[in-house]
Design a protein around this ligand. Structure first.
Ligand code: ATP
Length: 235
């Protein structure tokens, strides 16, 4: 899995985690359903919302949240009556209904919800959501597309955490060229400008490995540095 975040979104998520226990998810399509049921199974109190009776009935029978209500989120009074404005964090998971997604986001911000996370389904949609006040926007199709392309072109990169557009923490398979060499011999910092954070073998990671440790092809290593430098690795 590749995670696309930058420093501002990282701060956003960090600010959420501290005190947040309750979430509302509006729109129970495939995406909203996954968010809702995962939060629920992790023990959080979740309110699921959808305007479609069938979706609501299905969600109730699947027990994807503690509370599920049927309402039209483009109606501010409906949101207020259902207590949506009392939530700290609301996820707007309406991707295919542009007007409904935008109006809902606007309603939530005007109703005083601190953190509104919205799902975009196009570049324009993303821009509009930000303009109407969404605190964070996710664009899963684009993010997964980036991620797939990176995996296809650099199959030895197992995980990637984007710190900002130019720097990442990357977990990769130890390249053939590094096989049998000690960490000191690799001179990663001098030759590549990279810092080695951990080495993974037998499903465990050793953090800050010793310079005299020998790496083997097929083990995993975690490095931090600029994307340019990471791309210079012999992978
Ligand atoms: P996917 O199923 O691929 O995740 P999606 O997240 O883009 O798709 P949509 O097809 O956009 O999902 O629909 C999400 C849900 O939002 C649907 O179940 C739909 O009934 C619901 N929805 C649409 N408009 C409103 C609205 N005004 N109020 C509440 N729910 C709505």
């Amino acid at each position: 899995m590749n995670i696309n975040v930058n420093l501002s979104s990282l701060n956003f998520f960090r600010s959420l985690r501290a005190e947040n226990k309750q979430f509302a998810v509006i729109g129970l399509g495939r995406f909203g359903n996954a968010v809702c049921s995962t939060l629920h199974s992790l023990g959080y109190e979740v309110l699921g919302v959808d305007s479609d009776e069938k979706k609501v009935t299905q969600a109730l029978s699947d027990r994807i949240a503690a509370h599920i209500v049927q309402l039209d989120s483009t109606e501010p009074t409906a949101l207020k009556e259902a207590g949506l404005f009392e939530f700290d964090t609301v996820i707007v998971a309406i991707g295919n209904y542009l007007a409904a997604s935008i109006t809902t986001t606007l309603n939530l911000k005007e109703g005083g919800v601190t953190n509104v996370i919205a799902k975009a389904s196009s570049e324009t949609h993303l821009k509009i959501l930000k303009k109407v006040g969404a605190d964070h926007v996710v664009f899963p199709e684009r993010e997964m597309g980036y991620s797939l392309a990176r995996t296809l072109t650099k199959p030895s990169i197992l995980e990637r955490f984007d710190l900002d557009p130019d720097h990442s923490i990357v977990e990769l398979l130890v390249p053939e060229k590094f096989d049998g060499k000690t960490i000191a011999e690799l001179e990663l910092r001098r030759k590549y400008g990279l810092n080695l954070l951990a080495v993974g073998r037998n499903d465990k990671f050793e953090i800050n490995p010793q310079p005299n440790e020998r790496l083997k092809q097929g083990e995993a290593m975690v490095v931090i540095g600029s994307n340019k430098d990471i791309n210079r690795l012999p992978i």
